[in-house]
Ligand binder design. Structure first.
Ligand code: DGJ
Length: 739
């Protein structure tokens, strides 16, 4: 890994084990993008920078009429002097103009990676594992200064980019757009891949061929959202899961974002991601600075699985933090779908007891434990236990549950306030609102104004009290609506364009304080399921409730899509009752178990009502899960067959040392005289033999072998027995025998 600058040629070369990223400093002090892709032996790629005269493209430099910002691949683009594509940033100068012209003003290359003040970001454990390039740019007229930050790790083929702005003038300017990165590709032969959806239908994979003009995804909802994930990829037209080039862009941010992909008149593609400029305006007084969130750029020439592999490892090992980063995550029971708001201590203890017998490790008390919260119309903000439901308080309940041998976890929704709450009665102005306008409610609640320091301070203090009031070892942090009436009484009119981002910064401060104060608590983020499943949240909370949709068939698409960027260890996956509460589908218990066993396994049903036979199935699968848990949570993940393409979904988890693997396979609908399925496995060692660990009488009777050479499983595949009926799955576990 490294970053090199060749003074003679002006070439900057950022490289990791398999990737090169190259741009050039020209004699005119412009930064021109040249190449991003497979690692190059030589950086002699200057011929890719060939200025070319084009009609209606303004001259950038009068002495060279071939040179126009309109036709160049810019490293970080600016508006107003010839580049008509969407700019990387925009400033409203003191004179009202919005033109800037950036020139190189120096650079440094340093070991390590600086923290981004107040923002989540990937980090190094030792300075030696990462190197950072800081390029200084300046607009001579407005005296706005920009630092482009690039970091590259030793062990991950990813490039982290962010941008730092400084007003070096003595007048105030307004920052209206501040994208975290920009990449200008020399062609447009790409498909754009995005993860889009809705509540209970998150992160479905959508792919479309690029066309001339702008294609973009965004969130204006105040959070990253169920609708769009802060990620997109550009893949070559021939790229598959296992081969071909693909370029990924992910934003470490949890608020409004924009990802732009613009194909220009010369079939060049400009790609960028950053804070959404919609309604964004940041006041920069003389000397003020602004730091953009971090973007994580990943190139893979090994197809989409290669891309995911890099994101998974990087996010798992160098974005997630805390003592749970490297620890196996507990199997949990959550009472939400079992009881909703209708519970008392006895009911909870019945469920906990049943959970313990099945091998579950953690009991999570969900919504409804505080204030007068017997339905979703009240009490958010009143974080005091309801003694009618819990006569022994949280502490008493946690103690009893601990005595049973389970640890105890708690649900909170800290960012919210119910109008019917003591908090609202004493602080009606603490919510986001605009005086004189109605306050738009969603799920009967309003949003606390986290751009205000005093509100954040209160929240930190309140949650510290709650989290220390009982033996709490897990917290589920929920957020069940999006932001409206984004305005804050603490800021003057000209700063109201800052509030959406200030909300996110306030949230990050609150979470940082709490995760530092409670290192022994495993935090799981949630926003009506996966409405804020983003890298920003993962920095504070190493796992996320993937979706409120617990139907096994719906989960195939949700988990498959999520896996494009996020590792299995970050995904909460629960077994619930049938008919499923979200889609009313009835699936086999085993299928529900297998699907949930591909993430952080949990349960979300009244376990005290189970039949004996169901208990046996659950017990034995929890036992199996615990055996393969290191493999699921810390292994490599491979997608094999897509639920978006057909009836069959298959994926695999393979241990880093290739000693063990689990193949998950599900056929959604039964087919008459179904095709015989042979699945080619992934990620195994061709030189090892693998024993089918769950080889049983059934497999024996079907004439299966117990041991298979790795190369046969990879290149020949594994012939599956036809599954009978709808929504059927199997989970095959292989272990290497000739270690
Ligand atoms: C939405 C979450 O996603 C659910 O799991 C549950 O916690 C409810 N909120 C509780 O209100």
């Amino acid at each position: 890994m490294g970053i090199q600058f060749n003074k003679a040629s002006g070439i900057f070369h950022i490289f990791s084990q398999k990737v090169s990223y190259i741009f050039q400093l020209t004699p005119e002090k412009d930064l021109i993008h040249l190449f991003w892709g497979r690692k190059l032996r030589d950086t002699n790629v200057k011929h890719l920078y060939r200025p070319c005269l084009r009609g209606f493209s303004p001259n950038t430099h009068s002495e060279n009429i071939d040179l126009s910002y309109d036709t160049l691949a810019m490293e970080y683009s600016f508006y107003g002097c010839g580049d008509f594509r969407s700019p990387s940033f925009q400033i409203k100068n003191a004179d009202g103009s919005r033109v800037t012209r950036l020139k190189y003003a120096g650079h440094t290359i340093d070991a390590g990676k600086p923290l981004l003040a107040g923002l989540p970001a990937t980090y190094a454990e030792h300075e030696s594992e990462v190197v950072t390039l800081s390029i200084h740019l300046k607009d001579e007229v407005s005296r706005v200064e920009i630092i482009l930050l690039y970091s590259v790790f030793e062990s991950y083929d990813a490039i982290m980019r962010s941008v730092h702005f400084k007003n070096g003038s003595d007048s105030t300017v307004m920052l209206n757009k501040a994208m975290s990165c920009n990449v200008d590709f020399h062609h447009s032969s790409f498909e754009m891949i995005q993860l889009s959806g809705s509540w209970i239908r998150e992160r479905h994979i959508h792919t479309s061929r690029l066309r001339p003009g702008m294609q973009s995804i965004e969130s204006k909802r105040g959070v990253s959202s169920h609708m769009q994930n802060p990620f997109f990829a550009l893949s070559g037209l021939e790229t598959t899961e296992n081969q071909g080039d693909v370029f990924g862009f992910s934003l470490v941010y949890s608020g409004n974002f924009l990802a732009e992909v613009e194909v220009d008149q010369f079939s060049m593609t400009r790609a960028s991601i950053g804070i959404n400029p919609f309604n964004f305006e940041w006041e920069l007084k003389p000397g003020d600075t602004f730091q953009s969130p971090e973007s994580v750029l990943v190139f893979s020439s090994d197809g989409l699985n290669g891309l995911s592999n890099t994101y998974h490892k990087l996010f798992r090992d160098r974005l997630c933090r805390g003592e749970f980063r490297d620890r196996e995550r507990p199997v949990l029971i959550n009472n939400w779908e079992a009881t909703y708001f209708d519970f008392n201590e006895k009911k909870l203890l019945d469920i906990a007891r049943a959970a313990k017998d099945l091998g579950i490790e953690l009991f999570v008390l969900d919504d409804g434990w505080f204030g007068q919260r017997n339905e979703d119309t009240c009490s958010l903000g009143d974080w005091v236990e309801n003694r009618k439901k819990l006569p022994n308080g949280l502490n008493g309940l946690a103690e009893t549950i601990n005595k049973m041998g389970l640890s105890f976890g708690l649900w909170v929704e800290p960012e919210m306030i119910s109008v019917d709450s003591d908090l609202y009665r004493s602080h009606p102005d603490w919510c986001l609102h605009i005086p004189g306008r109605p306050r738009t409610e969603s799920r009967n609640q309003l949003v606390l104004d986290l751009s205000r320091k005093e509100v954040c301070d209160w929240l930190i203090e309140t949650l510290k009290r709650v989290f220390s009031s009982a033996a709490i070892s897990y917290v589920k942090w929920d957020m069940n609506r999006n932001l409206t009436e984004i305005w804050s009484k603490s800021y003057p009119p000209k700063q109201q364009g800052e509030i959406a981002h200030r909300y996110v910064l306030g949230l990050y401060r609150v979470m940082e304080e709490l995760v530092q104060a409670f290192p022994g608590i495993l935090f799981e983020s949630c926003s009506g399921g996966g409405g804020r499943f983003d890298p920003g949240m993962l920095y504070y909370m190493p796992q996320t409730w993937t979706s409120d949709n617990t139907d096994a068939v719906e989960r195939l698409k949700i988990q498959y899509g999520t896996s494009l960027v996020y590792p299995p260890i970050s995904m909460g996956a629960h077994v619930s009752s049938v008919p499923n509460h979200q889609v009313q589908r009835t699936t086999a218990l085993l299928t529900r178990l297998h699907t949930a066993m591909s993430g952080n396994l949990g349960f979300e049903l009244d376990l005290s009502l189970l039949q004996e036979q169901e208990k046996e199935i659950i017990k034995s699968n929890i036992k199996t899960y615990k055996q393969i848990r290191p493999l699921i949570q810390f292994g490599n993940f491979y997608r094999i067959s897509s639920p978006f393409d057909g009836n069959i979904t298959a994926w695999m988890h393979v241990a880093e040392d290739q000693s063990e693997a689990a193949l998950f396979y599900c056929r959604v609908l039964a087919e008459a005289h179904a095709p015989l399925e042979t699945i080619r496995l992934k990620g195994l060692d061709i030189n090892k033999d693998y024993r089918l660990k769950n080889f049983d009488l059934f497999f024996q009777a079907m004439g299966y072998e117990e041991i298979y050479p790795g190369d046969v499983l990879l290149y020949g595949g594994f012939r599956l027995t036809p599954l009978i009926g709808d929504f059927q799955s199997c989970l095959l576990i292989f272990e290497a025998v000739n270690e």
